[in-house]
Ligand binder design. Sequence first.
Ligand code: BG6
Length: 512
Amino acid sequence: MSPPNTRKDRGAAPCTLVIFGAAGDLTRRKLVPSLYNLRSNGLIPNEFAVVGVARKELSTESWRESLSKDIREFATGKVDDAQWAWLRDRIHYSPGNFDDPATYRRLGELLADVSKKQSTGSSVLFYLSTPPDSFAPIVKGLGAAGLTKDADGSFRRVIIEKPFGRDLDSARSLNNDIRSVLREDQIYRIDHYLGKETVQNIMVLRFANGLFEPVWNRRYVDHVQITVAESVGVEGRGNYYETAGVLRDMVQNHMLQLLALIAMEPPVSFEADAVRDEKVKVLHAIRPMSPEEILVRAVRGQYGKGLVGDKGAPGYRTETNVSPTSATETFAALQLFVENWRWAGVPFYLRSGKRLPRRRTEIMIRFRMPPQLLFRDTAVGEIEPNRLVLHIQPEEGISIHLKAKQPGPTIVLNTVRLDFDYKTFGEPAAATGYERLLYDAMIGDSTLFHRSDMVEAAWKIATPILDVWRSLPPRDFPNYAAGTWGPASADALIQRDGHHWWNGDDDNGGAK
Ligand code: BG6
C-alpha cells in the first residue's frame, strides 16, 4: 500500500517546508541547493513554500538576500535566474527561541498566511537542522501549538538530523519524547549516506540480479570489509566532535546501515517497512560484544600530526576547540559477526577514520578460494581470491576481481578487474545528496530513513564499546600519524585472521 500523498516520480503534493536551525550551514550548503535542483527537475509543485526558523534576528527580505548570494556559491550547477527567483519568492523567515511557546504561535500564524497566499494547503514538513538537545523541545513545542496534527489527507512530518542520541539510553528517551507527540510514520530520521546513489544501488545489485544471491552467504563469502576513510580532519567542528568520536559519528549510523544493506535478507516488497524490517533483523543478529571481546575485536585511534598527500596536517589534539589531552577517537576498527544462518562465522570488518591517506568509501566482499587448487603445479604466481568491490565514493561503481590466464604458451594466471563505472551511465545530474531524501519525505516514503527500532538496535551494538572505552582511557593517543591508515592495532585486528585491510587495488600490497 502506498502511504497517503505518495506521487512517486511526479511532483510532490503542495506543502510547506519549515527548517529549524535555518541560519546554519546545512540550509545554505545543502537544503536550499537541493530544493533548487528538485524544482529544476519538476518535482516541486507550484504550491510550495519554505519557512526558516532560527534564533538569529533576520527579516524575510534579508534572509532571501543572503540565500541569493549563497546559492551562487553552493548550487551544484549554473543558476538559472528565473528558476531561482521562483524559489526565492517562496522563502520566509520567522525568528524565535526554540523553547519559547511564542515561536510556535508565530510560526502557526505565518503558516496560515503562507498557505493562503501560496496555496500550499495544510501539509507541512518540518526539518530539524539544530543541535540535538533542541530536537525534543522543538517537537514538544510544535505539538503544544497544535502544529503536528494532520487532517483531511494533509500531512505533518518531521525530519530529524543526526546524532540521534549518544547511547542507547539517550536514544530511547529521545524516541519516547518525540513519540509522545508524533506517530512513528510522521518521523523521518535522516541518514545522508542512504541518499547516496551507490548506496541505493546496493539493493538493486543484490535483488535485481540473479547472479549474486546464490553466493551471498557463508558458503562462498570469506569475509566482508567496509571502509569509510576520510582524508579531512575535524574541520572546525571540534566542539561537536569532542562529544562524539568516530564510533558515534560514523559507525553507529552510516556504517551499520551499509552493513545491514549488505547482509539483509530479500524484503518481501520494497515498501518502507518491509525493507526496514529486514535491515533491523540484521542489526539484532549482531550480538553486542562482552567487555572481554571488545578488548580484542574493537580498536580505536587518534591522529597525531603528519602529512596527508604532501600537505602537513596538525594532530587532533591541536585542532580548534579540542582538548590538548583529548581521549576522543578519530579512528575505529571492529570485527562484527552477524549471527544468523546466512552469515554465521563470516567476519565483517568495519573501519573508519579521519586524516587517512585518502577519501574512500568501499565495501569489499572477499570470496572463498576454490575448493581445489588445480593450478598448483603451474606457474600460477600468487593465487588470489575473487573479490567484489562496491565503490561508494569518490569513485562510484562496482568491480569484480577474477583470475584469468595470461595470454601465452604456459599457464600463468593473473588478476583481471571487470569494472562498472557509474560515469558510463551518462553524466549524472549534479546533486547535493539531499534531493532524494527531501523528495521522499515530501511524498511520504520513509524507506531510506531510520525507524526507532533500528536506531536502538544500532546503539545496542555501539554502547557497550563506548562504555568500555570510557572506563579504560586510551594510554597511547595519538597512535597514528595523519596521512596513514590508522594505528598498528587495526592491522593486528585483521591480520590475526590471516587477512589484510583492502586499501584499493592501487595500494594493496599483499591483501588477502
Ligand atoms: C557526517 C559526519 O555524518 O558524515 C562527518 O558527521 C563526516 O564527520 C561526514 O565527515 C562524511 O560524509 P561524506 O558524505 O562526505 O562521506
